[in-house]
Design a protein around this ligand. Structure first.
Ligand SMILES: C[S@@+](CC[C@H](N)C(=O)[O-])C[C@H]1O[C@@H](n2cnc3c(N)ncnc32)[C@H](O)[C@@H]1O
Length: 643
């Protein structure tokens, strides 16, 4: 079964029910007779409660704490450190860490000492990570200045001068708490001040020599009704694809057609560090950890405080359970909880429940779904994100039941943690969590081609889960005419035209697959497997041949549409072939105007698919985006190298 491969522990609930003699089929039949989301949630909840399938406490079962052993190992590490045997000392501190709970002073001391050993070993990234972990653990405040000084040194050596300057500044303020003579403090402070001033000078010089990037603007300005889209587009319905975005004016390659921000976002993986705050999502390393759950990471204390206010204070006690105990896709479940808590805190329970209770997909006109009462479709509106397509009607009942079980489990844990919710609201909140899970599943997990990514060797990894409500209006085409541009790790997503888009043409990105190298059958299979949809994009309707049938040579006159242009096209094709041989891929971004003019020439004068057109298209798409390469993704540490 496909679902088994897509979600972790997919049979978790059904197996337990079967052990309690409850038949899978009976549950699905009963569920399918229930018409409202609210009643489906309550039915699932009573089933899981009746068969005692929900936790009774939030106590974790991790066993640590051998404090005396841990302390003596650290002391052995200190002796090795004093003997300047730093590698051996670091190993000893690692052993000390294993015996202590991550929230204790013992742990913080061993972590901090190991970071000092790493500094001496020239392991600056490890040093920095350790210092940052110790900062948010229970490290004695009278010693905190040392951590910030060390972090500053490591950051400076790693080229993170801005962060180094901040660390030195904190070091100087924490120096007040230090247990040392006034004279020693003065001397120490003066040395740190010198380092901070040197950082400042580097930053001034960098600012002087760095070109400010040109601000990107939507072509034609903002759309009146959908502000994240260009004024040169409009929404229209089609029978095959539902709503879609169409050009209301001619659009040129390179024109910006959308600039969207996620309604909700969060890290996608455990092995890359991304700031968890919804308004940040910065990719960095050695981030600060939430000192309570130790599972949420932030680039600075400001982001940590903002995330607490937006709901992490409520999610924190259950993050461990959602991450490690609840089936499905843990990061997706965490994101659903984050979404609910953010809006619960913003609106209050009563208003939240009244909005979700009034939402009914069937009553909404498909073209105005997500628009507010004054006709605006805004990516930062709850109703806009909440009303995104879910394809729930095509969802197998087993998956719907699975999502209901996850929502029951998550809400149950939230209540166990002390969250107060009157019984009359439980159905509404639970049903909304199911809806949120299904919105995220389609528009964030499956449809993730615009999510932030990094590259490692020849692979690309999604590092964050992002729900872009306006970008979700674009349908898929196997011959996309728009694509993401700019830094691919960025939270804000800019979409640019990569082909000419004449007035009246639909703007489409690709969800999964393009014509180059794939025949219609494999494309259709891919769309069906991933999205359960039959693709009605033009290449599939016209059964566009695959790359294998694209003429390799530009002189194939049979492909010229306009005979009077044959000579010009032929000579420009020769120039383009020369261009591809002489200009390296990394420099294509400096020749975009040339590439735009070439693709425009071919667009009107050759019949597609045409090899050089497809090559030029790929070059434009790649040249628009700036990718970040990382080295070591899976070893608990990684290094950035901006390409
Ligand atoms: C992210 S939404 C796109 C906007 C959507 N059409 C709407 O009405 O809001 C994705 C859904 O659009 C439809 N869709 C997108 N591309 C399609 C294609 N190439 N062929 C058929 N349906 C498509 C499918 O229903 C798919 O689940």
């Amino acid at each position: 079964m496909q679902c088994e491969k897509e979600y972790d522990n997919f049979f978790h609930y059904t197996i337990r029910l079967m052990l309690a003699d409850v038949m899978d089929d009976d549950v699905m039949v009963e569920l399918s007779t229930l018409k409202s989301a609210n009643s489906r949630f309550m039915f699932t909840r009573s089933l899981l409660l009746k068969h005692e399938m929900l936790a009774s406490t939030l106590d974790d079962d991790f066993e640590y704490d051998h404090p005396s052993v841990s302390k003596s190992l650290r002391q052995s590490g200190n002796a090795l450190f004093r003997a300047e045997l730093y590698e051996e000392a670091a190993d000893m501190y690692t052993k000390s860490l294993r015996g202590s709970k991550p929230t204790t002073e013992l742990y913080a001391l061993a972590m901090a000492n190991r970071s000092a050993a790493h500094l001496h070993m020239g392991e600056y990234e490890h040093c920095l990570r350790g210092a940052r972990v110790a900062m948010t653990a229970n490290y004695p405040s009278k010693l905190a200045y040392k951590l910030y000084e060390r972090a500053g040194h490591a950051e400076r050596i790693l080229g993170m001068v801005e962060r180094a300057k901040e660390s030195y500044a904190v070091c100087l303020t924490r120096l007040d708490e230090a247990d040392m003579s006034a004279e020693d403090k003065r001397e120490f402070g003066a040395a740190v001040q010198v380092a901070a001033t040197e950082c400042e000078q580097v930053l001034i010089e960098r600012k002087r020599t760095t070109k400010t990037p040109i601000a990107e603007h939507l072509v034609g300005g903002r759309n009146e009704n959908i502000p994240a889209l260009s004024a040169f587009v409009q929404l229209k319905m089609s029978e095959d694809m539902g709503r879609g975005v169409y050009a209301s004016r001619d659009i040129n390659p390179g024109d910006i057609v959308a600039i969207d921000e996620p309604y909700i976002c969060g890290p996608a993986r455990d092995d890359t560090e991304v700031c968890q705050y919804n308004g940040c999502l910065k990719l960095d390393f050695a981030l600060l950890r939430c000192p309570k759950c130790l599972l949420a990471y932030y680039c600075n204390e400001d982001c940590m405080n903002k995330d607490y206010k937006e709901g992490h204070n409520l999610a924190c006690p259950i993050t461990c359970f959602i991450r490690f105990k609840i089936p499905g896709i843990s990061r997706m479940n965490e994101l659903a909880m984050k979404w609910f808590l953010k809006d619960y805190l913003k609106m209050g329970l009563k208003k939240y429940c009244s909005i979700v209770d009034n939402f009914s997909e069937s009553k909404i006109d498909p073209i105005t779904r997500g628009f507010d009462e004054i006709g605006q479709y805004k990516s930062d509106h709850f109703e806009t994100a909440y009303s995104l397509d879910t394809r729930e009607n095509k969802m197998p009942m087993e998956v719907l039941f699975f999502f209901n079980c996850i929502a029951v489990d998550m809400l149950h844990n939230l209540i166990l943690s002390g969250f107060n919710i009157p019984e009359r609201y439980i159905g509404s909140v639970g049903a909304s969590l199911v809806r949120i899970l299904t919105v995220l599943d389609l528009n964030c997990r499956k449809l993730n081609t615009n999510a932030p990514t990094v590259s490692c060797r020849s692979d690309t990894y999604t590092i964050a889960l992002t729900l872009y409500p306006t970008i979700c209006l674009f349908n898929h085409s196997c011959d996309a005419n728009i694509k993401r541009s700019g830094k691919v790790t960025d939270r804000i997503r800019v979409m640019k035209a990569i082909q000419p888009i004449p007035k009246g043409t639909q703007l489409c990105c690709t969800y999964v697959i393009i014509i180059k190298g794939h025949d219609k059958e494999s494309r259709q299979r891919s769309c069906n497997d991933r999205f359960n949809l039959k693709c009605y994009s033009q290449p599939c309707i016209n059964n566009l041949p695959t790359f294998h049938f694209i003429p390799e040579h530009h002189s194939t006159l049979a492909y010229i549409l306009n005979p009077s242009m044959a000579d010009i096209v032929s000579s420009e094709c020769k120039k383009f072939v020369e261009f591809t041989k002489s200009v390296e891929a990394k420099d294509h971004c400096h020749h975009l105007n040339y590439l735009y003019s070439f693709i425009k020439l071919l667009y009107t004068n050759v019949k597609r698919p045409f090899a050089l057109y497809e090559d030029c298209l790929e070059m434009i798409g790649n040249a628009h985006s700036i990718s970040t390469n990382v080295i070591h993704v899976f070893e608990g540490s990684w290094t950035m190298n901006i390409a």
